[in-house]
Design a protein around this ligand. Structure first.
Ligand code: GLA
Length: 445
């Protein structure tokens, strides 16, 4: 043991440096390997998709406001987002979810904004949002009716894409709701065809629009509503197959789960449902574990921090779901942590994988473009846990020393050679960026 240092952190970190070399685990992830993402990144030169190269960031109305939306609310949200300078951190798309439209299409088959809540239509809202440094997103469905019973786009795809483009929308969430429409029996191909119709319309009429697929596993028959109570657990391969078509029809992101809620148990369930999906992710291609609940419900500060960090590690689209007009200081500190957002927006676009799971403690590793590695240790238990983090388990190269930076404390810790001992409070995370020490970087300290 060379050094021994105790640091006064909320996530108390005790760094132990052991000079003992251990063999590299062949099963551990190789941070510098790019092979696993080769397919997912193959459309990297598509210029129309440039804006979605890293996970889209922004805000969505559903989690906090449900159907209670209006032009006035969206404009106030844009004012709030500007006031808190969220644009400077990369938050960009303000997305109007379900409930902006009437239940009936007009005689031309076009969607009609609710005249009571959007009296001037959508275009002025898009302009208002743009004037404050954001872009407007909107919502529709590949069904006759949306999930909340408003008019959908089935059979009218080109016309509706044209409407969205004319209004100045730059993002569309396209949400499949078979139960609402009595269509639970559709085949995988039928569902994919519906998404392809919309994706093709975007390609033809408005390639600047980001296409956000929200299908939740129906085509792959892994949607919760398709599964019997006693059905066997879903395998990683089944999960991948459920979403392996989304990129091919033009999707930049795809919802991998049913709806999130502002409860810790639901957030943990959703985390588990991401298992095995990392291979689908890459530039312009993101698994979407749903809009954030940070700042909603009764989530504690630790839970909000853990939820946000995990979504960053997962390469998830970073769509806020709270009320941006008035953000409590603790929540603001979380959603504006640039060092953690940088993990999410890293241009390698590699989704974190879980390298250790003790039941209570889970450790995630996210390789980064410059050779650094993001590490997140999650404590799911109801009590504080002590954790030994091994270089070997993290898949870090043997014989290499690492700078360790705590991304919530914004502090550089002592160097890591083989093992780090940390303490993680209940329902919280410890989050680090590890950088290989070179001769030059050694002088940084
Ligand atoms: C579904 C989606 C939600 C939201 C609602 C709107 O439940 O999964 O994210 O868009 O529909 O009705």
């Amino acid at each position: 043991m060379d050094t021994f240092k105790i640091l006064p952190l909320s996530v108390t970190v005790l760094l132990l440096m052991l000079g003992v070399s251990t063999p590299v685990d062949a099963q551990a992830p190789r941070p510098h390997s790019r092979d696993s993402n080769r397919d997912a990144r193959s459309n990297r030169t598509d210029p129309a998709r440039k804006d979605g190269r890293t996970p889209p960031m922004g805000w969505n109305s559903w989690n906090k406001f449900n159907k209670g939306i209006s032009a006035k609310l969206i404009e106030e949200i844009a004012d709030g987002a500007k006031k808190y300078k969220l644009d400077e951190l990369g938050y960009r798309y303000l997305v109007i979810d379900d409930g902006w439209q009437l239940r009936e299409l007009d005689p031309k088959g076009e969607l009609v904004p609710n005249p009571e809540t959007f009296p001037q239509g959508i275009a002025p809202v898009a302009q208002y949002v743009r004037d404050r440094g954001f872009e407007l997103g909107i919502y529709s469905s590949p069904n006759a009716l949306t999930c909340a019973n408003f008019a959908g786009s089935l059979g009218h795809e080109p016309a509706h894409v044209r409407q969205f483009a004319e209004w100045g929308c730059k993002f569309v969430k396209y949400d499949y709701c078979p139960v609402r429409n009595g269509e639970s029996g559709l085949t995988r191909e039928q569902i994919i065809d519906r998404y392809r119709a919309f994706g093709d319309s975007i390609k033809a009429h408005a390639p600047e629009i980001l296409f956000a697929i929200c299908e939740k596993g129906w085509a792959g028959q892994i949607s919760k509503r398709q599964l019997a109570k006693d059905s066997p657990p879903i395998t990683s391969q089944q999960r991948r197959q459920a979403f392996d078509w989304c990129k091919g029809v033009g999707g930049i992101m795809w919802r991998t789960t049913g709806d999130i809620g502002p409860e810790w148990t639901r957030i943990m369930q959703i985390l588990d449902e991401q298992e095995g999906l990392a291979a689908l992710a890459g530039e312009n291609a993101f698994n979407d574990p749903d809009v954030l609940e940070v700042g909603n419900g009764n989530l504690t500060e630790a839970e909000n921090r853990a939820h946000f960090t995990l979504w960053c590690m997962l390469n998830a689209p970073l769509m806020l779901g709270n009320d941006l007009r008035n953000i409590p200081e603790g929540v603001l500190k979380i959603i504006t942590n640039k060092e953690v957002i940088d993990l999410n927006q890293d241009r390698l676009c590699q989704q974190a994988v879980k390298v250790e799971d003790t039941g209570d403690i889970e450790t995630f590793v996210k390789p980064l473009a410059n050779g650094d590695v993001g590490v997140c240790v999650l404590n799911r238990a109801d009590a504080t846990q002590k954790v030994a983090l091994n270089r070997n388990t993290l898949g870090l190269k043997k014989g290499q020393a690492w700078h360790v930076r705590d991304l919530w404390e914004h502090k550089n810790l002592a160097k890591l050679t083989d093992q780090v001992h940390i303490v993680v409070p209940s329902h919280d995370v410890a989050t680090f960026r590890m950088s290989p020490i070179t001769k030059e970087s050694n002088h940084r300290e």
